[in-house]
Design a protein around this ligand. Structure first.
Ligand code: SF4
Ligand code: SF4
Length: 739
């Protein structure tokens, strides 16, 4: 070993020792912070499926490839990062000896070939990602950036380091070529040979370049170890765990559909026995999130995909799902020293730490602990109430997140505490909650008017109890029973089912609200009260039937989601379909035949709780396409025209998450934004599959004074017009002209 190699070896191992020591400390700190969270035993089941999903999502980049160029570039960078680790390891042999290399594979031309090309593609890809970050920089004039609020230097730092390390790999190989110590032929390492052609024949070059590469790599490790909240770097390690422990192990997108039940100490809360002095009611302190919640916050890469799709953020509200996650992450890590030193409040609000413990605590951590989790900027709050209440629970953030963060569950957990313990929520929603408790529906309509929609139909609508050979129980829903526009959809569906010869029956006055608005606003108590009552009624209606014969058809996607995905948590197992699914089946099997083509062009608005939350994208489109064609292959004028934001990336109407019953005081109205998009297609008909979307989009059309040009109408009504053109006019949902 020459004198140069002695120096390079000592320096390389010294900086590595420091970096590794700091990294171990950082990992221990992160584990300690994550362990502060509440237990969640549901995250460990089915490890086989979890492993398969985790491998598919990381190796296949299944979530990111939807962002085509970014996804492909990120895949090469990820693979490049893994290869890079091997090449950094190789550098330790090269600082010791210019001819050094990895044992076993180091002299193998195929290894040389693979690493050469992965490094080349890695360099191209990282340049693409840097260009994308620059093009989308928040300071760019005009346009919205998904990076607004992200810590930009960290992104550039990580990308710059990867680029530098990959380039140094070619410099090392170049010196090996120049000094005639290179094992791989030109065909296996063409770029390395080209670099070697321009480098001097300097014997120490390999070891010095290898030292530079190690110093760059270890600088990266030191910087990220000193910044444990640097998600843009740490997600490379944490994403595997976050994906593995996702709520729904086999699902591509986890954290949609059902909400996570309310738990205390890892067990679902039973309101008959729950005691707010002993049981946790939602989340009031950051450590009351589960450990998976804290892992979620730690894993955020700050990519801003969630933010770019959020309807609240896109219409000027203060809510960005990314900034919410980052605020919770930064707060958790800043408060952690206080919690780890024995601090914290018990459920009655009493301090757990002794005076002696408090006296020795980090003052910054103590100050952080004093901040309310929900509070305005003046109160020093971490999450502003306007942020918390702006969420429509549309799920666009969850859908987009490449590392499977479950934003909606966290938002609703914070709402639960605010509603159940603090009674603090937008006051206008109080009327809705009172109506649910007293009348069993959000409008406060008398229960004995639930069947009014059946009046005037030219056939009898059977009730459960009067008949017992029904195939489907038709769940009408509160909107479908009481709201004038939605009643037309209910009538259209009943007429079509009758026309197709489907045996169905309704509960009539036996039905109450499914509980969706109560649950999404955070009032789990009212939700459970309504849900238990409905589960009892439904179990009685289906008594003696196996699950596959306990079929329900619902017109409201919120009821569809709650009955199908959430009633199981309370002992109600049913096969629930949305009316568009059943209608698509009836058309496909020839039980319904569209005859009259629909003219003027039709666009379809995906309801969040049907599409994103439950993956029902095709059936409504199939129904509409058949109606547009009008049977016999005759093509309606204009056809089905997709809006730019459709299917998984559909834009919310603004009514979900109980926002239907809250005033929208900040920014542009979400429904207006969506209506403008729908009108930009030029379609005369905007088809919907949800009574709330219908109300919101009709209001938006009327607000724009376009009620005479554009019609918002349910998919069922579109089909009815095509199947029974002579009957349909009475069942249209034409919005009254704005006045
Ligand atoms: S659920 Fe929808 S509204 Fe709520 S934060 Fe996510 S994207 Fe925004
Ligand atoms: S999409 Fe996920 S990883 Fe990206 S900023 Fe949002 S929460 Fe963080």
């Amino acid at each position: 070993m020459g004198s140069v190699q002695i120096v390079t070896t000592i320096l390389a191992f010294a900086i590595t020792a420091v970096a590794v020591w700091l990294a171990v400390r950082a990992v221990m700190k992160m584990v300690a912070v994550i362990r502060l969270g509440q237990p969640d035993p549901t995250r460990f089941g089915d490890p086989g499926t979890r492993t398969k999903t985790m491998l598919a999502e990381t190796a296949g980049h299944t979530r990111m490839l939807r962002w085509s160029v970014v996804g492909a570039a990120h895949w090469f960078v990820m693979v490049g990062f893994i290869v890079l680790s091997l090449l950094v390891l190789e550098a330790y042999f090269e600082v010791v000896s210019p001819t050094g290399g990895l044992p076993l594979v180091g002299n193998w031309a195929i290894y040389g070939l693979v690493t050469e090309w992965l490094a080349i593609l890695g360099i191209v890809s990282i340049l693409v990602l840097i260009a994308i970050r620059l093009r989308n920089r928040p300071t760019r004039p005009g346009g919205k950036s998904r990076f607004t609020g992200s810590t930009m230097w960290q992104g550039y730092f990580v990308e710059g380091i990867i680029l530098a390390v990959l380039i140094m790999g070619f410099v090392i190989r170049g010196f090996k070529v120049a000094t005639d110590h290179f094992e791989y032929p030109v065909w296996a390492a063409p770029l390395s040979h080209a670099v070697g052609g321009v480098l001097p024949n300097w014997a120490a070059g390999v070891s010095v370049a290898a030292l530079v590469k190690i110093v760059i790599s270890m600088t990266w490790l030191i910087v990220i170890s000193l910044n444990v909240t640097m998600g843009v770097a740490w997600h490379r390690f944490l994403a595997f765990f976050n994906i593995f422990f996702k709520r729904d192990p086999g699902a591509n997108v986890s954290g949609l559909g059902a909400l996570r039940p309310m738990t205390s100490q890892g067990k679902p809360l039973d309101f008959e026995e729950a005691d707010p002095e002993k049981d946790q009611f939602g989340v009031a302190q950051v450590e009351q999130f589960t450990w998976k919640g804290l892992l979620d916050f730690s894993t955020c890469t700050e990519c801003g995909r969630c933010q770019s799709q959020c309807p609240a953020w896109n219409t000027g509200k203060p809510l960005s799902p990314k900034l919410l996650v980052l605020s919770l992450r930064d707060h958790a890590y800043a408060k952690a020293p206080y919690l780890l030193a024995g601090g914290g409040k018990d459920l009655t609000g009493e301090e757990k730490a002794t005076a002696a413990q408090l006296a020795h605590m980090d003052v910054l951590a103590l100050a952080e602990a004093e901040k309310p989790l929900i509070g305005t900027a003046e109160e020093g709050g971490i999450i502003d109430p306007d942020v918390l209440w702006s969420c429509t629970t549309c799920g666009a953030c969850v859908e987009q997140c490449p590392v499977d963060i479950e934003h909606v569950d966290h938002i609703v957990d914070m709402r639960r505490y605010q509603v159940l313990i603090e009674s603090s929520f937008p006051s206008e929603a109080g009327v809705m909650l009172r109506n649910l408790e007293n009348k069993g529906n959000p409008w406060g309509a008398p229960q004995n008017t639930r069947e009014d929609w059946t009046k005037g139909l030219d056939f009898e609508v059977p009730r459960v109890g009067e008949v017992d050979d029904f195939e489907y129980l038709f769940w009408v829903g509160c909107a479908g029973a009481f709201e004038d526009r939605a009643k037309k959809t209910t009538r259209a569906v009943a007429t079509l089912l009758n026309e197709a010869g489907v045996k169905f029956a309704i509960l009539g006055e036996g039905e109450t609200c499914s509980g969706d608005p109560a649950r999404r606003i955070g009032n789990e108590f009212v939700f459970q009260m309504l849900a238990q009552q409905n589960v009892e009624t439904l179990n009685e209606a289906f008594e003696g039937r196996e699950k596959s014969k306990r079929k329900i058809v619902a017109t409201c996607p919120h009821c569809f989601n709650t009955l199908g995905n959430e009633y199981g948590q309370l002992g109600g197992e049913f096969e629930v379909v949305h009316h568009t699914q059943l209608l698509a089946h009836l058309v496909a099997t020839g039980k319904l035949t569209p005859v009259q083509p629909v003219d003027g062009g039709v666009t379809y608005h995906d309801p969040c709780y049907l599409g994103r939350h439950n993956r029902v994208f095709a059936p409504p489109r199939e129904v509409l396409s058949s109606a547009i064609a009008g049977g016999d292959g005759a093509s309606g004028d204009g056809g089905l025209i997709e809006m730019p934001r459709n299917s998984e990336r559909s834009f919310c109407c603004g009514a979900g998450g109980a926002r239907m019953w809250m005033e929208e005081k900040i920014g542009k109205r979400i429904n207006v934004d969506r209506v403008e998009e729908a009108m930009s297609t030029g379609a005369k008909t905007v088809a919907v599959g949800c009574p709330f979307c219908s109300t919101m989009l009709n209001d938006g059309v009327n607000g724009k004074g376009a009620g005479e040009q554009v019609e918002v109408v349910d998919v069922a009504s579109v089909l009815l017009r095509s199947v029974k053109p002579e009957q349909a006019p009475g069942d249209t949902e034409r919005a009254p002209a704005a006045g």
